[in-house]
Design a protein around this ligand. Structure first.
Ligand code: HEC
Length: 157
């Protein structure tokens, strides 16, 4: 019977070794994953910024590409519509994220800000398609205020 007992002990030790070997890569994966999630949401935000810059060069008359406005506004709207998913997971801050932790304490308000951005950029697409440049410019101001309002509450400088 003693022999049998030893065998059980051996099996348990083996099980722990196997578990350990599985858990190490999982831990490394989790770390990579947090960094990737942060980079993903930041990339979406940079898309917004870049499109905003392209649009404003056209509006200032520096670039003669008015026919691009509707497409650029659509890209803004698409990026905005993906942003809520990108902020769903609270991930450990890797030192590179500017997200304030209060995002995940005030998720309803944060999502309202996001929904408002989706709505206002959809309106921008409509105005671009109707070729009303004056109304389009005014709406771009509304979108810009939306960015600033959320950043003030939820983004570190
Ligand atoms: C609902 C909230 C919200 C809205 C709306 C929003 N942002 Fe952001 N934005 C954030 C947060 C939070 C971060 C920080 C992300 C991180 O680093 O984890 C961020 C990061 C950024 C960054 C990365 C650089 C930096 O300073 O961190 C840029 C650029 C940016 N946003 C531009 C925009 C633009 C342009 C708009 C509007 C068209 C916009 N954002 C709308 C919340 C928002």
């Amino acid at each position: 019977m003693r022999f049998h007992h030893l065998k059980t002990q051996k099996i348990i030790i083996h099980l722990f070794t196997v578990l350990f070997l599985i858990l190490i890569p999982l831990k490394i994966f989790a770390q990579d994953n947090a960094d990737t999630i942060i980079t993903y949401r930041q990339s979406l935000m940079y898309n917004l910024q870049r499109n905003l810059n392209s649009i404003s060069e056209i509006l200032k008359g520096n670039i003669d590409q008015q026919s691009h406005l509707a497409g650029l506004a659509s890209i803004l709207n698409i990026s905005a519509s993906y942003a809520p998913d990108a902020f769903k997971q609270k991930v450990p801050n890797n030192g590179k994220s500017k997200s304030k932790p209060n995002i995940w304490q005030n998720q309803d308000d944060f999502n309202l800000e996001m929904q408002s951005l989706i709505r206002e950029t959809a309106e921008l697409v409509k105005l671009a398609e109707s070729n009303d440049i004056k109304a389009f410019s005014a709406q771009l101001g509304v979108v810009g205020k939306n960015c600033a309002s959320c950043h003030k509450k939820y983004k570190n400088r």
